[in-house]
Design a binder for this molecule. Structure first.
Ligand code: BJW
Ligand code: ZN
Length: 232
């Protein structure tokens, strides 16, 4: 790890599992109890914004007391200790990497704490749980607000996406932690890194579609593996 120049870390829901945050796929995952098509698409929001907001409000309530775990902490320390360039690309919307102190961070699927007006585009950071009114409305124009997350079929934020792919092309080491590696375009990042000569290391208790492509797969939980792997 010390020898590596540019480092990129890609994280998914598994990194927050030990903070008590449910993952999406696998045992206990959100998609075992809820249908993504009913809750995490623009069509679902168009049909029933209140239902979608009730689900996000419920998740916000669960996240309000969640704290970063040893994996988030180890990645924040890695950023501070690493002399070369560094980028943490997270698919997570929970805000726990920032809470742990990560700053060179792109949240490519947005943030559950961000709320965006569907009429005027105004964004605001809203930590209140539960929300006072569902669905919430824009303080500026009274329009319907939506969660500031990226749903299926929606483009990822362009600036964040360019930063992620640029860093993936240029890195020498990519660490992929706690993601099922099935959601695109982020699932392309390890391929891009590998094709450009980077070493790719996966940390996940389960095998994923990335496993055959990775240089190394470390089977274990992020909060146990990362502190010892990174030396923090
Ligand atoms: C542990 C652990 C522990 C457990 N320690 N690990 C190319 C091919 C095929 C399909 C597509 C394609 N390109 C696009 C698509 C369609 C689609 C897609 O990928 N579909 C596939 C699922 C088939 N992609 C999109 O629609 C994306 N948009 C797009 O491409 O737009 C194109 C476009 C361009 C221009 C204009 C318009 C459109 C958007 C994807 C958005 C994903 N959104 C969600 C919801 C976010 C909001 C919310 O939270 O509600 O993002 S879905 C959900 O999946 C969430 C996650 O960020 C994402 C990834 O999941 P993640 O993080 O990997 O979690 P899990 O649960 O899957 O895995 C957890 C892992 O942790 C497991 O492996 C465990 O083993 C492990 N684990 N405990 C370490 N302790
Ligand atoms: Zn507005």
């Amino acid at each position: 790890m010390e020898a590596a120049g540019a480092v990129v870390v890609v994280t998914g829901a598994g990194v927050s599992a030990e903070s008590g945050v449910p993952t999406f796929r696998g045992a206990g995952g959100l998609w075992r109890s809820f249908r993504a098509e009913d809750l995490a698409t623009p069509g679902a929001f168009g049909r029933d914004p209140r239902l979608v907001w009730e689900w996000y409000d419920w998740r916000r309530q669960g996240l309000a007391t969640a704290r970063p775990n040893a994996a988030h902490d180890a990645l924040a320390r890695l950023e501070r200790a690493h002399a070369g360039s560094f980028l943490l690309v997270t698919q997570n919307v929970d805000g726990l990497h920032a809470a742990a102190g990560s700053r060179k961070l792109v949240e490519v699927h947005g943030s559950i704490w961000q709320v965006r007006c569907t009429a005027c585009g105004r964004e605001r950071y809203e930590r209140a749980v539960p929300l006072a009114t569902l669905p919430p409305t824009c303080p500026a124009c009274g329009g319907l607000e939506r969660p500031g997350v990226v749903w299926f079929g929606e483009a990822l934020p362009a600036v964040a996406l360019e930063a992620a792919f640029g860093a993936a092309r240029a890195c020498e080491l990519m660490l992929v932690v706690g993601t099922s590696a099935v959601v695109y375009p982020i699932a392309y990042l390890p391929r891009v890194a590998r094709e450009n000569g980077a070493r790719v290391i996966e940390v996940n208790p389960e095998e994923t579609p990335l496993t055959p492509l990775a240089d190394e797969s470390i089977r274990g939980r992020a909060a146990e593996v990362l502190p010892s792997l990174l030396g923090f």
